[in-house]
Design a protein around this ligand. Sequence first.
Ligand code: HEC
Length: 156
Amino acid sequence: MIMKRLIIIFGILSLTGITQAADNNDSQIGQMTHHNMKHSLNDGRISLGLSPEMKQHQLSNMRAHLKAIQTIIGLIVEKKFDDASKIAHSQLGLTEKMKRMCNMFSNNNFIELGLAFHKSGDTLGEALLTRDTNQSLRALQNTVGYCVQCHATFRQ
Ligand code: HEC
């Protein structure tokens, strides 16, 4: 009795599965196009509406940020805290150049987040001077938190 019921339930389940698969197949091309468009036009993040030149400029600046993080991690491992601190201040800190670049954007929340990020770069530079690995890593984690937060919120 139980076995029979199970067979019936299983039969219904697989039939539903087959119907769904057929449906998917019918509209597969349409769905793929729709999906791709959704991805490139609206993934839920706020667009900064950048010009092609600004886009290139921002991406190369970002790649430099990523490189700075890698360099700082390497220098912490080697206990070269002074060098790491210099990189933090000059590459991630709130220098005049970074201030100018952040202020070129038209979205105020983006500017605010960018400036807070660069301030955290200076805080990281100071933490590294304590020569304490844990304290340095905590500050580094805080800075990388801004990378994560901004990328989750904004896109080009
Ligand atoms: C205030 C905002 C903001 C902060 C902070 C920020 N980024 Fe970005 N980053 C962006 C935006 C916007 C893009 C473009 C993303 C998009 O359009 O999908 C980007 C793109 C990138 C890219 C892609 C580069 C490429 O060539 O494709 C890398 C790598 C990157 N960021 C690294 C970092 C790192 C590492 C940090 C922190 C140390 C960081 N970013 C902090 C806004 C930010």
